[in-house]
Design a binder for this molecule. Structure first.
Ligand SMILES: C[S@@+](CC[C@H](N)C(=O)[O-])C[C@H]1O[C@@H](n2cnc3c(N)ncnc32)[C@H](O)[C@@H]1O
Length: 201
């Protein structure tokens, strides 16, 4: 069986894997079922740090279970419980990613924002531009030189097109002298998911 050329999340992961190294710090703005958080953990290893946000308890639990199955040091954090210099491991944060700056102040090497809703759950809990944009803005501020932010946009669900348009416009506004921006999507499908990757020069 050939690999699916147009599956977008593997492209996002591939482009982040290129620049991530053991010991790095990475962010997952939408933990969901924990696939991307696990991927980031596998790149940064036991000496690295992954911060993963989600507003749904169900998602944080699924992510914690997935990470613990591979033996990752995983902690559930609140604003009060996250120390100023968090130890290596996976830090799961049950809060809106728009409050990212309250939790993470150190430079990060990679960020993933796989937007939309938790597959197989309540589709009313969905990412929206009014919190996604501040989260992306704060995440970009934390990215180190050569670091990458990957945003996966979906336009097929209610509100998805509006959010995708806002994110696209926001990222296209990044200054080319400071940022490179790559776009990948299936060219012959309606409402195909879209990947935007910003790299700080
Ligand atoms: C497409 S899923 C993420 C998939 C996930 N990265 C994975 O690997 O399974 C989107 C997630 O975003 C979460 N979400 C929605 N609004 C959010 C917000 N404001 N802050 C943080 N997470 C949010 C949802 O609860 C949902 O779990």
């Amino acid at each position: 069986m050939p690999a699916h050329l147009t599956r977008i999340v593997p492209w996002a992961q591939r482009l982040l894997a290129e620049i991530l190294r053991p010991g790095d710090t990475a962010l997952d703005l939408t933990a969901g079922n924990g696939h991307d958080t696990l991927f980031l953990y596998q790149q940064v290893g036991t000496d690295g740090r992954v911060f993963a946000f989600d507003v749904q308890t169900e998602a944080l639990k699924a992510t914690a279970d997935r990470l613990r199955r591979v033996g990752a040091m995983t902690t559930l954090c609140s604003a009060d419980s996250l120390p100023a210099n968090p130890p290596p491991g996976v830090h799961l944060i049950g809060d809106d990613h728009a409050r990212l700056a309250r939790y993470v102040q150190t430079p990060v090497r990679a960020v993933i924002a796989n937007l939309g809703y938790l597959p197989g759950s309540d589709q009313r809990v969905v990412t929206r531009a009014d919190s996604t944009l501040p989260a992306l803005q704060q995440a970009l501020t934390l990215l180190s030189s050569g670091g990458r932010l990957a945003a996966v946009l979906y336009s097929g669900h209610p509100g998805g097109e509006e959010e995708s348009t806002c994110v696209r416009e926001f990222l296209r506004g990044l200054q080319p002298c400071e940022w490179e921006l790559l776009k990948i999507s299936a060219a012959n499908r309606e409402h195909a998911p879209e990947l935007l990757v910003a790299q700080r020069r």
